[in-house]
Each structure stands twice: as C-alpha cells, then as structure tokens.
Design a binder for this molecule. Sequence first.
Ligand SMILES: Nc1nc2c(c(=O)[nH]1)N[C@H]1C(S)=C(S)[C@@H](COP(=O)(O)O)O[C@H]1N2
Ligand SMILES: [Mo]
Length: 348
Amino acid sequence: MEQALATIVKPLPAHLFRVHDGSAEMRWEAMAGQGYHTPIDRFFVRNHTYTPNIDPTTWRLRLHGPGLRCPGEYTYDQLRAMPSRTIDAAIECAGNGRRLYGTQQHNPAPGTQWGLGGIGVARWRGVPLRYLLQHAGLRRDAVDLLPSGLDAPFEDHGHVRRPLPVGKAMDDVLVAYEMNGQPLPPDHGFPVRLVVPGWVGIASIKWLGDIEVATRELTSPWNTVFYRDVTTQPVKSAFELAWNARLMAGRPYILHGRSWSGQGRIVRVEVSIDGGRSWHQAEHHGRHLVSAWLPWHIEWAPKPAGAYELMARATDETGVTQPLTTPHHPFGYHFGAVVRHPISVVHG
Ligand SMILES: Nc1nc2c(c(=O)[nH]1)N[C@H]1C(S)=C(S)[C@@H](COP(=O)(O)O)O[C@H]1N2
Ligand SMILES: [Mo]
C-alpha cells in the first residue's frame, strides 16, 4: 500500500480504486452514472515502476533508426502545433480479469490479480503517428518501431518498450498529449503517450521518449518475455455494480454495464440473472464506437431474496461471443469469459 501510493501521483480513494502493488484498478461501481468516458480521477493506472516527473520544456521526442530518411527531435510545442486528431479509445491491460482465472475457473494465474477494472475509455487528442512518421521520412522498407518510455528501467530489462509493426503505426495510432480535454496527467504519460486502439495496454507506451524505426523485426522483453503472443483484446463485459452489491427485493432496477472488444464494435449484449439458463437482450444507449465500449442497460426487479450471479455476454461485429469459460493462459492474459458477478438481493 505504502509503495503503491508512492508510485502513483493522483489520489487513489478506496471507493474508486483497488490498489495492487504499483497499479490501481478502477472499481466498476465508479462508472455508475458517469458519461461515456472514464473520468481521470477513476481511470486505472498500471505502472511497471513509478510515475516520473518530466519537464515538458526540456523533453524531446526523438525519432531515429534506419527506417527513417530524416530522423530528428520534436519539442512539446512542435507536437502541439501539428495537425491533431481526437479519438475515443479504450486502454485495457492484457491482464485485466486475471483474478477470475482463479475465482471463477479455479485455475489461478500468477501476476497482478486484476478484477475487471483494468480498463478505461478516454477522449485522446494528439498527432497521428502516421503524420509524424511521414514527417520524419518513413522508408518503404521500414518494418517495426520501438517506442520507449522515460520511466525508470524495469528490473534489469531497461526502459519499458515494445515493438509496434509499421502497419499498425500507420493505421490508427495516436501520439497523445491530451486526455478528456486536459493535458495528459502525470500517471497517464505526461507529456506524451501512445494510444494504440484495440491492442493490449502495454502497446500504449507512456512517457514516450523515443521511437526507433527499424528495417527488420524487433524484439524487447515486452514481446518475448512479458505480454508474449498477445496483440488485441478479447470481448468483455462488466456491470457498473460493486462486487457483492446488495439490491432490494421487489424494487425495480435498471442494471447498467458496458461491453468492449479489441476487434470491432459490439453488436449485441445479453444478460442472464439465472446462471445462464435464460438470456435477455440488453438495450444499448449512447455511442457505438470501435475501439471503445458500448454502454447498455436492462431492467430487473429482483425477487426473491438470496444470492445471485449476474452475467453479461457480448458479441462483436466479427461474430465473436464471450464464451462461458476461457482457455487457461499461463500468464493470465485474455480473460474473455462471461463473468459471474455476485450480488445479494435482500428484503427492503
Ligand atoms: N512507459 C510505460 N508505458 C506503459 C507502462 C509502463 O509501465 N511504462 N505500462 C503499460 C501497461 S502494462 C498498460 S496496461 C498501460 C496502462 O495505461 P494507464 O496507466 O494510463 O491506464 O500503459 C502501458 N504503458
Ligand atoms: Mo498492462
């Protein structure tokens, strides 16, 4: 706890976050009544070491390597003067839901025991990476980029860095300097981070310091040791309710939740309150965006009193529906099964 508090700058009140080592997961009840985006005060933080304090006046983003004809450095002001784009996108840790391998599938996976709160959706503004790469003279034979963070080296692996293929870099990656209309907060990568829509959170390098552009495939411990063989995020759903929430018998409720997928838009969400025997289509509301989430709701007047497991299962536009169990993953990535969310219904 002490250590976690020192690794993250923003306040982590217990009603919004559950703290794990150097990281903090959002409690899903903190999304209840919120708009489309996750407010910064409750957006999860995943740090390998701790949030650095970077002076934007001396900071530079260096683009270098054999894949560029005009390598160079960019200042914070130069980046902000370039053409910008705004996107709504989720960032989600590959290990989001890892705890459920143990609690739900009785086969625990090692690592940070995230519930479902290792995700957030923000409005990001910045320079399309495509634009910067063209500006720096991207060569046709460029293959991989290696964006690297300025936070302290992680154990003996050096700075946090993970190869990014040129195809994705030229597609929809953002070099972001704004989050929900504000300068990027320190914990989320100030002054500048990558936002890599649909991909595992580790691709979205925070506190970006340099990008190497190579004409061959690159590796780093973050694609050979950690987060190996994970690229995009699976389909998931969550209720905007506390774990073990208490509802009153006989009272009409509107249950709210959100579903998301790294592969495309969510097209259908069904909810079961009887352990998966029957499923009821949830209604969508709000925006229906790729690489973000779909908010939904369903009415329910719980009766009789007792213990329940709420289940939500989503289908994305590629036709993938959340399964009832997820194949075990040794590092606990990619938990995509329907989550059994325990609640109790009590007499009013
Ligand atoms: N430089 C750097 N970038 C990083 C990390 C880090 O520790 N250092 N953590 C990564 C991981 S594992 C995730 S899930 C996301 C989390 O982003 P957030 O803390 O803004 O929610 O940042 C990624 N980018
Ligand atoms: Mo992550």
